[in-house]
Design a protein around this ligand. Structure first.
Ligand SMILES: *Cc1c(COP(=O)(O)O)cnc(C)c1O
Length: 482
């Protein structure tokens, strides 16, 4: 299986090279047209680790020892070896993706990505150390730090806006252990921080410094592929519980931001899994809902800050991969992306819109509905969900289907404790750690270990810099590591 750019068939790469490079040279994303034949039925009989080994082995065939990489990535890191348990709530199912070390669904991919990057580095004969550079508005930073912590051959620097993350998110990052990790606050907002990181990528590092830059966000196919596994896992769980027979269709509802999670569901379908419809759930930032209904993607609209911040996004990068998979025409995709860049909008062909309607559903949910949903599901079903999951749950309620419905749950309720506590009628004033304690006292739902022990952990990272100094800061670190 070979990878190519979504915008140019001549830019091709093996799966190891694609993981190492991240983004294709022309700004496109690496993707494949050829999903071969995959024994999806046989895969349903494996345990989660076995499934991961088979699915990742098929999607990324150039890696020498996927079995070892999967074991190194996941052994002992999650609350359960199942990794992603499926829970029945009312007449739907919640797929809990947040049982990893940082209580966010990004752990599933960011536990695996470092293993893929270091294996690719060795196989491609790269001598340089890999420096992961990330700007974070909260969850990605901590999950990346946990994933890359003490992985040989890698370093990681995470920049966060000093006034832009929650107290708990900040505590998660500044207490991070590991010899190869570095966390630094930037005076400014998330956009300033992200712009700073993009500038460093554009400028590159000095020739011969022994370090090369890489990114941990979901433009990397190595971050997308591990997410395909839990679509299979949920299907297998329904099968083994006798809820479905092999071949029955299952619908998945996905709280969506950058379109990585839901695209992984589409890849699972391409590999043969009987996925029915993929339902894209958005918050008040409903650019994707509009797109999936009308075929017009228009990012020229107001940006809202919501209670589900990880979905506050106007340009969903991974949508480009879906467009490619639907038309298999790099020139068509390149045209859409040009329009997006130059005009801020594009309109897909009628053929493409028909295909989108056949495969995808969509819906959105505002903050008031989000809170109402959390409160209602707690009082009726005794299940406590976070704000992102609640968006998907509400969209699932509004959506009519005869198939079993799996709602993907992307964060622990304790990651957004104030919104969750007030949604179930508690007093959410004051310190975020106290709010967590009150949420626990009121619900009895266990606090994930990584969050419960946070308050007493020593702070290890105290750097604060101006945004103009980000590049100097990185170069200083590179110099020191020599
Ligand atoms: C990142 C994230 C999402 C969005 O996932 P995408 O792959 O970007 O669509 C949803 N919920 C939470 C909690 C997240 O951290």
């Amino acid at each position: 299986m070979d990878y190519q750019s979504t915008r140019n068939a001549k830019i091709a790469a093996s799966s190891t090279a694609a993981v190492l490079q991240g983004l294709a040279g022309d700004g496109g994303l690496f993707i494949t047209k050829d999903f071969g034949t995959f024994d999806w039925r046989g895969t349903l009989e494996s345990d989660t680790f076995g499934m991961a080994e088979k699915i990742l082995g098929a999607l990324l065939p150039d890696f020498d020892d996927m079995r070892a990489l999967v074991r190194r990535a996941y052994t002992g890191k999650f609350e359960t070896d199942e990794l992603t348990p499926l829970v029945r709530v009312g007449d739907r199912y919640v797929l809990e993706l947040f049982r990893g070390p940082t209580s966010a669904f990004k752990d599933v991919a960011l536990s695996m990505l470092p293993q893929l990057i270091t294996a690719a580095r060795a196989q491609e004969g790269v001598r340089d150390e890999i420096l992961i550079l990330t700007a974070t508005s909260g969850d990605t930073g901590k999950a990346a730090l946990a994933g890359f912590c003490d992985v040989p051959g890698t370093k990681i620097i995470v920049f966060y806006p000093d006034a832009g993350v929650s107290k708990v998110q900040k505590a998660q990052m500044v207490t991070q252990e590991g010899e190869n990790v570095c966390v630094c606050a930037v005076r400014g907002n998330f956009d300033d921080t992200q712009t700073g990181v993009k500038k460093i990528f554009a400028a590159g590092l000095p020739e011969g410094c022994g370090v090369r830059l890489s990114s941990a966000n979901s433009i990397n196919i190595g971050r997308l592929a591990p997410q395909v596994v839990y679509y299979f896992k949920a299907y297998a769980d329904l099968l083994h519980a006798g809820r479905i027979a092999v071949g029955d269709k299952v619908d998945y509802v996905v709280p969506t931001g950058n379109f990585g999670d839901i695209l992984a569901g589409y890849l699972a379908k391409k590999m043969g899994l009987p996925v029915g419809r993929l339902i894209c759930a958005s918050n008040r930032n409903d650019v994707l809902t509009d797109f999936l209904r009308t075929g017009v993607y228009d990012r020229r609209r107001p940006f809202y800050k919501t209670l589900s911040p990880s979905m506050d996004i106007l340009v969903s990068s991974n949508l480009e991969r879906l467009l490619f998979l639907l038309c298999e025409d790099e020139n068509e995709v390149a045209g859409y992306m040009r329009d997006l860049n130059e005009k801020g909008a594009y309109t897909v062909s009628d053929t493409m819109l028909e295909k989108l309607h056949a495969e995808f559903g969509c819906g959105c949910c505002d903050d008031a509905q989000t809170k109402e949903t959390i409160g209602r599901v707690w009082s009726q079903n005794g299940y406590l969900m976070d704000t992102h999951t609640a968006v998907a749950w509400k969209v699932a309620e509004d959506y009519k289907t005869d198939a079993p419905v799996v709602v993907l749950s992307t964060a622990s309720p304790y990651k957004f404790p104030a919104a969750v506590l007030s949604a179930i009628g508690g007093d959410a004033s004051g310190d975020e750690f106290d709010i967590m304690d009150r949420l626990h006292a009121l619900t009895g739902v266990p606090v994930p270990e990584g969050l419960a022990t946070l308050r007493s952990k020593p702070v290890r990272h105290t750097d604060v810099i101006d945004r103009e100094d980000m590049q100097k800061y990185v170069l200083g670190k590179v110099e020191k590591w020599k």
